[in-house]
Design a protein around this ligand. Sequence first.
Ligand SMILES: [Zn+2]
Length: 445
Amino acid sequence: MTDLLLRGGTVVLPGVFGVRGDVAIEDGRIAAIAPEHPGPAREEVDASGLHVLPGAIDAHVHFNEPGRTEWEGWASGTAALAAGGATACVEMPLNAHPPTVDAAALDEKVAAAERAAVVDFALWGGLVPGDLDRLDELAGRGVVGFKAFMCDTGIDDFEAASDEVLGAGMERAAALGLPVAVHAERPQRLTPLEGGDWRAWAASRPVAAELEAIDRALELAEATGCSLHVVHVSTGAGVARVAEARARGVDATCETCPHYLVLAEEDMERLGTAAKCAPPLRPAAERDALWEHLAGGRIALVASDHSPCPPHMKAGDFAGAWGGIAGAQAGLQLLLDEGHHRRRLALAPLAALVTQAPAARFRLPKGRLEPGADADLALVALDDEHVLRAEDLHDRHRANPFAGRTLRGRVVRTLLRGRTVFHDGRVAPEARGRLLVPDRPRGAP
Ligand SMILES: [Zn+2]
């Protein structure tokens, strides 16, 4: 018998705005999508007036646990994701301690996540100077790929990768059939801060630093045959470079973040250090260029780069404050508000940027709304206008720069494998999240 029947929602299928129908769920999976399911079911939920989307997958979050749980933790971080319609994430190897650079550290992180995660999770391993055999260990434990920093990370337990380290790491990653993700800013192009205001921060990390780093990473990817993913690209020219390389056969993709899509550098004046991130927010023309690339299919996916810290580390001026934005809860709703309602992008391809696309890029068995798939779903009131209030945030410190913003499109309910994990403003605290590992890499032994 059907466990749960979602009645009369508008089901958003790939390439389709939405078809009215019922979604039947059995044993945590989608059993059927039908115009009118005969039932019966143990439970029915009236989804009329709501859009049914695949649960979002946030491919770039930092949850800091173990080791820096006072910054963020798996319980609070994944609660924020669930409240924002996400049912899975891919978590980064740095800002927790120990950093996820070998099997022992990865095991510690998996244990912490399994104790507390409300949604499913996959993990990035770290590519740092040192023994490359650690990449094999991490691959054996199921990481989706390896993350490297081309400049200083701002945290002393995760070292930047020189070109030499990056090249050698890419060679090994290519042999393992896994991608390398890079934070692309060329250290030689970063300049010392001249002052503590937002203009000084923006000036110290120019567009050229991003573009040069992307060029270098693309050269290395081409030379090694490694699959490359450039995280949080902040400029139109950065996206264009990745797209050009892709067109000539380099296996390269990029992501951008909601903050680069809805904020611009002058917003730092109003928002203060809550909007400090690296690369920094850019002039409005870059934001518009990113939207053009997004509409043109040149940005593979959108991810939050949720990177919180305790409030005292966000206090003070732009010189001293932590450079991360806490956006885990807002991603999907910001895309719906700005992308669908304001910029008139079609709903299905827009939603795909946070559902099918990250799943496909990192070979995760998620993001599909079809019979047989996990019943990971977000129910959205697409036209609902509401204010994202700080008190409605679930991340540890509620330092989200989007708090106070009026958003059209609200996540009403989130289901993970058929169970409601978020509804009516409340997150079910049970730790049901599971480790996701990528499908077997191509060419893996
Ligand atoms: Zn990050």
